[in-house]
Design a protein around this ligand. Structure first.
Ligand code: SAH
Length: 224
């Protein structure tokens, strides 16, 4: 699977993909993540990518020209399943969307800045708009990193233990159960006996019960 991310701040996207699971996915050749500097596609002398808003008001607006040039250069090389604009007014990202996107081949992601991007970019090129939550960030880079992480870890072969993604919260209708590691006794705070019993079926039952309790308490909306 390939991600092409278009941004004015490529440096913001170096570290998030250079560690742990995301790094491994790229090393294994399962995911390719390519970051493009929008400024390379600016044609004016100042290499500017934004301008004043028509109709007045505060905040700069990202211009259509550089985005169009970058998007079209990429489209000339391959077909994209989705061109996603990260935007607070898009569909809120959830595990269902992440699962769906993890089956795609090529995804382009546009990061906005300032007041946002010229509406015509959204009308002409964008196939999907995704928000990472009801709050406003300064740019689309962190949201893009969140999206790429959530999607990449679901691609088969990325996680070492395939079942680990399946038992995660939101994968089914239950949140994840409580987890523990050594020591079995920390200053009198003990790990539940059942987890030390070695009895796999009973442990599975216990985990299911605990997951259910936690979901009922914290997220009853998830239970059908
Ligand atoms: N004026 C816009 C916010 C602009 S914030 C509005 O009110 O909707 C600048 C950019 O940051 C956006 O274009 C978007 O790309 C990104 N961004 C900010 N918050 C985001 C969120 N919650 N989810 C996804 N992208 C977000």
């Amino acid at each position: 699977m390939r991600f092409d991310i278009i941004t004015v701040l490529p440096d913001l996207l170096t570290s998030p993909f250079a560690h742990s699971i995301l790094q491994r996915a790229q090393k294994k050749g399962i995911a390719e993540i390519v970051v493009h500097n929008l400024r390379d596609y600016a044609t004016n002398k100042q290499k500017s990518v934004d301008d004043y808003p028509y109709g007045g008001g505060s905040g700069m607006v990202m211009s259509i020209g550089p985005f169009a040039a970058c998007i079209e250069a990429l489209q000339a090389q391959r077909t994209y399943d989705e061109i996603i604009f990260m935007s607070p007014d898009g569909n809120t990202l959830n595990q269902t969307i992440a699962n769906e996107l993890s089956t795609k081949g090529n995804i382009m992601i546009l990061c906005g800045h300032y007041k946002g991007i010229d509406q015509r970019i959204r009308d002409i090129y964008v196939t999907r708009e995704i928000s990472i939550g009801d709050y406003v960030l300064s740019g689309g880079e962190l949201p893009a990193a969140v999206l790429v992480d959530a999607v990449t870890r679901l691609i088969p072969g990325v996680l070492n233990d395939e079942t680990s993604a399946l038992s995660d919260s939101f994968q089914g209708e239950l949140l994840d159960a409580p987890i523990y590691t050594r020591p079995a006794d920390w200053r009198g705070h003990k790990v539940p006996d059942i987890l030390l019993s070695g009895h796999e079926a009973k442990i599975a039952d216990w985990r299911h019960e605990e997951a259910l309790k936690r979901t009922e308490k914290r997220r009853p909306d998830l239970l059908k």
